[in-house]
Design a protein around this ligand. Sequence first.
Ligand code: FMN
Length: 183
Amino acid sequence: MNEVLKTIKERRSVRSYTDRQISQEELELIIEAGIYAPTAHNEQPWYFTVVQNKELLDRINAKASESMAKSDNEWLRGLGANPDFRASYNAPTVIFVSGRENAMSIQTDTCAAIENMMLAAQSLGIGSVWVGLLWPYLFLDEARTALKLPEGYKPAHAIAFGYASGPKLPAPVRKTDIVTYIK
Ligand SMILES: Cc1cc2nc3c(=O)[nH]c(=O)nc-3n(C[C@H](O)[C@H](O)[C@H](O)COP(=O)(O)O)c2cc1C
């Protein structure tokens, strides 16, 4: 199997991290992979905020837990009420990907960049997990300031990165009855 296909198949969502930080050089390679993703009309409507500051990550996790604790969803309420739960799983780096508000296709473009970044990280031996559970924080007014966003951008996604601790988990089984070939 070629290296690209191998990297795609070997990437797993990592939910347990060591304290080892990602180097600046590795971060730049990961971001560079992100910005080589395709974008609608070549708008490249993204902005990346790399957070390695523990106090800020603590606040973001605490605010996300606070929102989850008030959710209508029982599972989310349970996570929010658990003082040991951290949505970013103690990963030492979280990259927030924001989109330009007047862009054609913020969601699609930022998601394409994110998958590239996660695969780049995997190729460097770095684990990652997309953290939808941090979305509640992204909706707070303070997020734009805390993430130092330029005017006209809004936060869209958060992805945790770091070195995995513990054994590698098997891939969740993929559904296979999901293709029609019309020839
Ligand atoms: C938009 C999105 C949000 C996600 N949010 C979370 C999350 O908050 N916490 C988490 O542990 N995993 C999260 N995941 C990871 C998925 O659970 C994971 O990708 C899926 O179970 C398949 O496992 P794999 O990534 O190891 O292939 C998210 C994935 C996506 C695409």
